[in-house]
Write a protein that binds this ligand. Structure first.
Ligand SMILES: Cc1cc2nc3c(=O)[nH]c(=O)nc-3n(C[C@H](O)[C@H](O)[C@H](O)COP(=O)(O)OP(=O)(O)OC[C@H]3O[C@@H](n4cnc5c(N)ncnc54)[C@H](O)[C@@H]3O)c2cc1C
Length: 342
């Protein structure tokens, strides 16, 4: 079957992943509307090849060239579906930049996602790992997700419940991994928002800004400021944010661990479960600021692995495995990767 003219061959993915790994996709195409995506599926152009949907490439690690087809989803559009006295329902297309969408909502006075300001990537990816930061997870604002079945081309609507959201998790990372392309996400946001300040760093930043009664715009500004000071900018230093999830363990296990390591950083989750700070565990194993060639651990943030220039995905993955092994040997805790290794 002849290739569609808009499908490119042997295409560099360097600027399509924030680790800036020099991987090449055998085939690559950009899709700016759902009809084209459906046509691609029904034409058979996607058959018999591995398929990867890519948004901003900020949660991916390519460990080699991609032998199949990469589909870069860039469909745009934000639509207000309805308003009530206290809430608004907004639908955003997958190709919208996440932070620009947050900024739009904050400007309109739509509250709920301001704590998620400046997270890289696109709207279509936000439900995949249920993005979260500063005490907020996006699942609490998502009403439903529209996604195209990559096998049949059918457009389906997944309710919040059907998405089976968890901590950095959803059905799209598990049972339906690689089977659907998220085309749009519908959010329910607050019109009289109550700011969410449970996370200490935000209150501290706001007080340094001299703000006593913060609006959602103030919270967004504070979050941006904290993120600028704490996290490396992928434009300057290749990275994909937190490389590992914070592990969840039994309360009893954490108590026992704390006898040996009294400074253990943990957060109660209820149901006799506790979340441990993966960054603390990694730091205690001496990895903070470690560098092997161009693969390294960020000097301020042990959870973030970085590419100083010419690291390959395998270099980064080898480092990740070394970190996992040393944390397991010292604490008996298994670190799970948050980043999607391709
Ligand atoms: C500096 C930095 C800071 C970060 N901070 C945070 C943070 O605070 N909290 C947080 O949760 N994450 C954080 N991340 C991770 C990342 O920003 C999020 O996971 C984001 O949602 C990824 O979006 P993306 O468009 O770049 O996804 P991509 O990296 O392009 O894709 C990620 C995964 O989703 C799949 N995918 C992408 N789009 C679609 C679609 N439309 N349909 C189906 N599957 C799709 C891909 O196949 C891949 O498996 C950070 C990353 C960086 C670089």
């Amino acid at each position: 079957m002849p290739l569609y003219s808009h499908i490119k061959e042997d295409f560099s993915l360097h600027s399509f992943n924030t680790f800036h790994i020099d991987a090449v996709a055998r085939y690559f195409t950009e899709v700016d509307n759902i009809e084209t995506l459906k046509e691609l599926i029904s034409s058979g152009q996607l058959d018999d090849k591995p398929l990867l949907i890519v948004g901003g490439g900020s949660n991916l690690l390519f460990t080699g060239n991609f032998k199949g087809i990469v589909v870069h989803l860039i469909n745009k559009g934000i639509e207000i579906i309805s308003r009530s006295d206290d809430s608004v329902i907004v639908k955003a297309s997958a190709g919208e930049n996440w932070h620009e969408f947050v900024t739009y909502c904050v400007k309109q006075g739509f509250g709920g996602i301001e704590n998620l300001s400046l997270i890289p990537g696109n709207v279509g990816s936000c439900p995949i790992q249920n993005i979260g930061a500063y005490g907020v997870e996006v699942k609490d604002t998502i009403l439903s997700v529209d996604a195209v079945d990559l096998h049949t081309g059918e457009l389906l609507n997944f309710s919040n419940k059907e998405c089976r959201f968890g901590y950095r998790d959803s059905i799209f990372k598990r049972d339906l991994k690689g089977k659907f392309a998220v085309c749009s996400v519908t959010f329910q946001l607050k019109l009289n928002p109550v700011v969410q300040l449970e996370y200490g760093a935000i209150t501290q930043e706001l007080s340094e800004m001299g703000i006593e009664n913060p609006t959602i715009a103030d919270v967004s500004k504070a979050v941006c400021s904290i993120r600028h000071s704490k996290l490396p900018d992928p434009k300057m230093l290749g990275n994909a944010g937190s490389f590992f999830k914070n592990p969840t363990v039994d309360e009893k296990f954490a108590e026992k661990l704390a006898e040996t390591f009294p400074k253990l950083v943990s957060y109660p989750l209820g149901k006799e479960k506790v979340k441990l700070a993966a960054g603390w565990l990694i730091e205690q194993c001496g990895w903070k600021g470690f560098r092997d060639g161009d693969a390294g651990v960020h000097e301020k943030q042990s959870l973030v692995l970085v590419n100083y220039g010419n690291a390959t995905g395998s270099n980064i993955l080898t480092l990740a495995h070394r970190i996992q092994n040393s944390v397991y040997e010292r604490f008996g805790v298994k670190l799970e990767m948050e980043v999607n290794v391709i």
